[in-house]
Ligand binder design. Structure first.
Ligand code: FES
Ligand SMILES: [Fe+2]
Length: 436
């Protein structure tokens, strides 16, 4: 159990908080590429770590991110016009480029004035179907971190964004909590529960969430890595061909400060829990595999096909206490949770806990070990940062070989880690040092 004080430290992300300062040291996703669909498309409000920004794509297709409030007299640039390689404030027409250059100031005809100043703009990259930004100290920009889903054809990747009214940590903890999978998600994951005859045949390629068996109290083996940790949930497996006992091993990798890699047999999910502020989170789910995906089928698998609860346009998750989370209690004999799929199940549980979980009131058990480790590693990273060191994993430029592992039978006595040889992190000499 952690104290109320530690809970505050772990969950508050504003600019003056320890966690907020640490998170600002990393590149973070700020929107999907689809949210800025083409040159000069509509600008997008971005909420990140308690601050407000505006993202836009200029005429050349370059994404940019500025502070939301215009540097002149603070009108919101999200109302602005995106045109001729810049964004123009509606109030007095000041126009800014993606790099913060001031291109025009129609109510002040002094070129030297605009050339001397710059609007607050932030480094932005686009990769993996997402736009990423760095809002930390300008002189400490870390390497831009590469993930496996940056590679391969775009049709082998799907990106979803879900904005959920809950603190990031309770959602992140849900993603490292193997013991809930066979229970909350038992429709999809628990082979001892009835399957969904209505969906299953059409979704065969996508329904690889299933656990090896109905053991809901897996043994947990957790190992720290340079960037966080990875863990194996071990359930009893069948005897191997040579008669040895095996464990069914399912490995999840957790990359601080927001990411986890969830294993499936045909593909992987990369999930990022990015705080908008203390009580709202943008969850980015990236499905990535060796074959093209059908977005509509994946929406059914994820439970994102109910437009009353979520839509592609604003990405807001609308299931709340007021609408009873869209739970259909009349159907719970078939659909165990009564909620409509993986994402509604995870998000509804996260929201149901209240905006910030009161962790000092919990009663933890052995199955919560990975959740406890997540908190410990975040606190480890915070301590390093407070002591003037880089937070965990910050200088690793390439995560593309870090893997999760879907349920795999490993003979007892063999190390599951040998199936994931790159998960510990690069050796010292391969690390990329952050510019100082
Ligand atoms: S407030 Fe934006 S141009 Fe004046
Ligand atoms: Fe879950």
């Amino acid at each position: 159990m952690i104290s109320a004080r530690e809970n505050e430290i772990l969950t508050r992300v504003g600019a003056d908080t320890p966690m907020g300062k640490m998170m600002r040291r990393y590149w973070l996703p700020v929107c999907t590429s689809e949210q800025l669909p083409k040159p000069d498309s509509d600008p997008l409000r971005v909420r990140l770590l308690g601050e407000r920004f505006v993202a836009f794509r200029d005429t050349s297709g370059r994404p940019g991110m500025l502070e939301e409030y215009c540097m002149h007299r603070r009108a919101s640039l999200a109302l602005g016009r995106v045109e001729e390689n810049g964004i123009r404030c509606l109030y007095h027409g000041w126009k800014f480029g993606v790099d913060g250059s001031i291109q025009e100031t129609p109510n002040h005809c002094d070129d030297r004035f605009r050339q001397r100043l710059r609007a607050p703009a932030f480094p932005v990259r686009e990769a993996g179907g997402m736009v990423w930004a760095y809002i930390g100290p300008a002189d400490r920009e870390p390497p831009f971190q590469k993930y496996e889903f940056f590679e391969g054809p775009g049709e082998n990747r799907l990106v979803f964004r879900i904005n959920t009214p809950a603190n990031y940590l309770q959602l992140y903890e849900g993603g490292t909590d193997s013991s809930h999978v066979g229970i909350l998600h038992c429709n999809m994951a628990n082979p001892e529960w009835k399957t969904r005859p209505d969906n299953a045949p059409a979704l065969n390629d996508y329904l690889s969430v299933a656990l090896a068996n109905g053991d809901n109290a897996p043994d947990m083996e957790i190992e720290n890595t340079e960037y966080g940790f990875h863990y194996a949930a071990k359930r009893e497996g069948p005897r191997s061909e040579d008669g040895r006992e095996t464990s069914s091993v399912r490995v999840t990798a957790v990359i601080l400060p927001t990411c986890r890699i969830i294993p499936l047999t045909q593909y992987q999910f990369f999930v990022f829990e990015v705080p908008q502020d203390d009580t709202r989170t943008s969850t980015y789910i990236v499905a990535h595999g060796p074959k093209p995906f059908d977005r509509d089928k994946m929406k059914v698998v994820l439970g994102l096909n109910n437009e009353r609860l979520w839509n592609e346009k604003d990405c807001e998750y609308r299931a709340t206490e007021e609408n009873l989370f869209g739970q259909d209690r009349s159907n719970m004999d078939v659909a165990w949770s009564g909620l409509s799929g993986l994402v509604p199940e995870d998000a509804s549980i996260g929201v149901s806990m209240g905006p910030i979980v009161e962790r000092h009131k919990e009663m933890l058990v052995a199955g919560d070990a990975a959740v406890v480790r997540l908190r410990e590693r975040l606190l480890d990273s915070l301590r390093r940062h407070e002591a003037g060191q880089d937070p965990l994993g910050l200088t690793i430029a390439d995560y593309s070989k870090v893997r999760s592992l879907a349920d795999t039978n490993v003979p007892d006595g063999e190390r599951w880690q040998s199936l994931l040889p790159h998960n510990l992190g690069p050796s010292e000499e391969k690390r990329v040092l952050a510019p100082v």
